[in-house]
Each structure stands twice: as C-alpha cells, then as structure tokens.
Design a protein around this ligand. Structure first.
Ligand code: DP6
Length: 340
C-alpha cells in the first residue's frame, strides 16, 4: 500500500509515542493575505503554487482548549458539534494524524474571538490554535517551522497564523512539503490598520478550498496567476521593509482583484463578491481619486477589508461607518508556544 503522504509528514515530525496529554489552551490570530494563496500543487498536503504574505489580526482569532477525556468531543463557540458534522470530521481527521492510532481521546473546546457578524471565521486561526494546543497538550516541543508545516496540512492559510504582524509563507519546492512553511517578517509598523467592511455575514456558499480547486481545474486565466502572485509577494515584502505604503496597497489590491478575476473566468464562473462588495470598491476608488490612501483586499467571501494608515482612520470611518477597525500591532503579548 502506498504510504499516506499526509501521515508521513506527522510521522517525520512527531515522537513515535506521544505522552499522555495534559490540558492545554492556545490562541492563534486570524490573518488577511495581502498577497494571496490561491491554487495548490499538492492537495492533501496543501502545498501552494505560489508564496503568500499576510498580516495577522491581533486579538481576533481562535482560542482552543484540549483536555484528556473518555471520548472525543467537540464544542465550538459554546455549542456541542456532532461527530458526524463535516467540521468535526475534518478536525478529528487532523487530530488523528497527530495521535496516529494511539488511544488518547480528547475534548476540544474552541471559540472564535472574531465577531461572527464580521463573516471572517476562518480555518486559518482554527487550525493554527489547534496545532499549538496539540503541541502543548502532548508536550511535543515542535519548533516554529514544524508547527507551521503541521498547521499547513490542516489548512494552508493556517501556516501563517502562528505569529502576530506580517508573515510570509514560502511556497517551497520539495514534494513532501518540508520546505513549505511560514515565517514572521521582522517588520514593525504600528500605524498600519485594517478595517473590515461587512456586507454579508452569512456562511459562504463555496469554501475557499473548493473555490481554488475549481479555479485551478477550469479557469483559462489561472495560468497567469502563480508567477504574478510570486512577484506581488516579493514586491509587497520589499515595500513593507521600505514602509512604502502606496506600493503595499496598490499591489495588494491588484493581487486580490487578479485572484477574483481567475475565479470569474472559471467554468462555471465563481464569484464571492456581491453587488455590495463592488459598491464598497467604487466608494473607495472615488475617495482615492480625492486623495485618500486606502486600499482593498477580498478573500473567498463578499466582505471587503481595507488597509490604510492610522492618520486616515477618521476618513475611513466617515466613508464606512459600520466598518470594524483593527490595529494589528497593538497586541501586547507574543503567541505562546509551549506549556509553562
Ligand atoms: C482566499 O487556507 O482556507 O483566503 O488550504 O484548502 O484550507 P485550504 O484553503 P484556505 O484558503 C485561503 C484562501 C484565501 C487566500 C489566503 O488566505 O491566502
């Protein structure tokens, strides 16, 4: 039988026999990509076709507590989730890769600190928090790189959710994915801001996973994406180092619109953006023509995220009074890795 490539990743990184778990809690922030991950070169391992770069959302994320139990249970945002729910199945499949047939039942209690209305609840912070909590509960003492590889197998964007601030995920080249992990960028930009303009808080109709696979498989425009996305990632990193906000913003906005263009050309077409999303963009572009330096990025959903600098917060709020503003660099503590 062909060895399962996903299991091989866990086998390589984890001790053969896990210690009995202790209770452990971990937090991981959500993140917004300024240069997007869209398209995989390997689906089971979530290996991307291009590098990506994100900014984490400070205290907005997921807190997960693991405790030894008589049987596996999952409570999400205060509600018990049935073991047959696809969400529970995906989570425990990941945990099983970690436990590898060892009888170590766990209760998972996970809570998103992201307001549900923001429509942002993402697998990124969820799988990152779960990875950190597993590492603590089993005292596996994984390095940051190993944690990022394991989180990536849960969900690609989770590889970037292990740090605050700007984070880059390098695509890597190898078939086993051991060189495809994220790392924090040593760039501090306290006046950098994100605003979430919510136009739709309902559950999205297609997951980002299904959306990207459908786009890669059917969109004739997709072939142009990986090379451009790689360039955008490099340009944004350079502009962040130089604190050149206009270049960061223009490149991030073009990157997001390019990603959405690949989906519109998919067959059948895929569109996460709603008329209200386009209305936000029109308002933003008009304001930019009048001198406001603010930019937009959109993911696999209808909401629009704005990036701007602190000095323009009043103008951004005047344009979008319901927007939620986030200061990504205002967090005081680093993300905890191991049990004390
Ligand atoms: C549009 O990380 O959710 O948000 O690896 O299949 O779990 P899987 O996909 P996921 O995709 C995120 C796509 C995106 C862009 C990004 O965050 O880079």
């Amino acid at each position: 039988m062909k060895p399962d490539a996903t299991q091989t990743v866990f086998d390589k990184l984890l001790p053969d026999v896990l210690q009995a778990p202790v209770s452990a809690t971990a937090f991981a922030p959500s993140n917004i990509a300024l240069s997007k991950y869209w398209g995989k070169r390997d689906k089971p391992l979530n290996l991307p076709l291009n590098s990506s770069l994100s900014v984490s959302l400070g205290n907005w994320g997921t807190t997960t507590t693991l405790s030894p139990a008589d049987q596996d249970t999952l409570v999400f945002n205060g509600k018990t989730v049935s073991g047959t729910d696809p969400f529970a199945i995906r989570l425990f499949a990941f945990v099983n890769h970690f436990r590898r047939r060892q009888s170590l039942p766990l209760s998972i209690e996970s809570r998103n600190t992201i307001p549900t209305a923001a429509g942002l609840a993402s697998s990124a912070s969820g799988f990152a928090a779960l990875t950190l909590a597993l590492n603590k509960a089993f005292q596996a003492q994984l390095t940051d790189t190993e944690l990022s590889i394991i989180a990536r197998v849960g969900s690609g964007s989770a590889s970037r959710s292990l740090w605050h601030g700007f984070v880059r995920w390098d695509r890597g080249e190898s078939g086993d994915g051991m060189d495809s992990f994220a790392r924090p960028l040593a760039i501090n930009w306290p006046s950098f801001r994100i605003a979430i303009v919510t136009v739709d808080s309902s559950q999205k109709s297609h997951s980002s996973r299904d959306g990207m696979n459908h786009t890669v498989a059917t969109s004739p425009l997709f072939s142009a994406w990986p090379a451009q996305a790689e360039k955008d990632c490099d340009s944004i990193e350079r502009a962040l180092i130089e604190q050149d906000f206009a270049t960061v913003g223009h490149t991030a906005e073009s990157n997001a619109l390019g990603m959405h263009a690949t989906m519109q050309a998919a067959r059948p077409a895929l569109s996460y953006l709603k008329p209200e999303s386009w209305a936000v963009l029109e308002t933003l572009w008009q304001a930019r023509r009048n001198g406001l330096l603010a930019f937009a990025t959109m993911d696999a959903g209808a909401n629009v995220k704005l990036i701007y600098l602190e000095k323009d917060e009043t103008s951004v709020k005047a344009l979008f009074p319901t927007a939620t503003c986030i200061a990504p660099f205002s967090v005081e503590r680093a993300i905890e890795r191991a049990a004390d």
